[in-house]
Design a protein around this ligand. Sequence first.
Ligand code: ATP
Length: 371
Amino acid sequence: MAQEVAAAKALGIEVPQFAHHLSSGHIQFINDHFRFQKELLGIDKGTLYFPQTNEVVFGFPKIRRILAMRNLGMHFKKPFYVEEKLDGYNVRLCKVNNEVLAFTRGGIKDKYTAQRILQHMTGDFFDKHPQYVLCGEVIGLQNPYQEKGYPEERDFGFYVFDVREKNTNKPVSAEKRYALMKRFKINQVRSFGLYKATDWQALLKLTRKLGDQGREGIVMKSHDIGMQLKYTSNQSTSKDLEYAFTFPFDYGQAFFFRRLIRQGFQASELNLTKKQLDHEAARIGKAILFPMVHTINELKKGNEVTEDFEIEVPDEQFGREFIEHLKKMGLVLSVRGLKKGRASCKFRISRHYQATNDKTKAYLQGSLSSD
Ligand code: ATP
């Protein structure tokens, strides 16, 4: 009970509220910390409380999306920073009880990610700044969450885009963060510098150019990080669709709808010629149809469609434990191959998408859809 009182106090909420959500399972106690399994009482999902050190690591806040860039002036009254939005998975890195830990967006402790990041993070950042949480994107192919290789980082890389204080969640200003990461030689997302709201057409062009390079888009941030907006390229949205339509029954319908709407707004603001618009339409259509036809054809041949990825770990046991951890998180996985090297070990893993495989097979065998 003493822990719950301390947790509620540190989080600024009432003890009975904390106790209520703990008993309903929305706040969980895992080994040595509490975790917000969803957003509650204005506290972000993935927020963590560590009783031993009486510390809070807040969940990473939601970044809203702008659809019509011409309205940027409604959200930014002063010049703002523009950074590249990398497409990977969100990780918070922090030091608690003398150990540097990595947490996913949902607040799950991830030993694999911590180990991979720390392999390359030399320097003593957390010795000098134990109060800070480094929020960054992991990109590259060697992970179970999001596989997108970047030319600069095919396998695995961690790029900081935000630095926040434990307990208060106060962000470090953009300029201070840029200097801090540079000083400690920690990778950070590209900053394109300061822009004004009236530059919105230049930002549309920049996003388009990033899209042509296979990159996702931008995040716009006020100096003090009080306001952040994201904007992503149509090319990248099509890539998302293409991926999701490989496993259409495993994605919620909202996933597809939101992405189609984004494409409409961007295509309109880009003022495309008829020829360019045709091209845009063809890309979206291909992103929907090609992967679905591929999936249906594979099932017709009696094959299963899976997502295959690789992880690189220090040894076999580490890998097996991480796979068990992922299975407990609800992923259906099977190991396809194991390559043991001198200093590390690589696992090839398949992720199974049950709903897509089962439903597609059932329709192929004659099941009827009720629509
Ligand atoms: P959200 O809940 O914030 O909407 P989401 O899971 O829908 O998140 P996205 O739509 O991809 O994710 O956009 C937000 C995410 O973008 C952030 O949580 C962060 O992981 C990632 N990101 C990549 N680059 C940056 C950057 N430069 N600044 C801020 N976030 C970035």
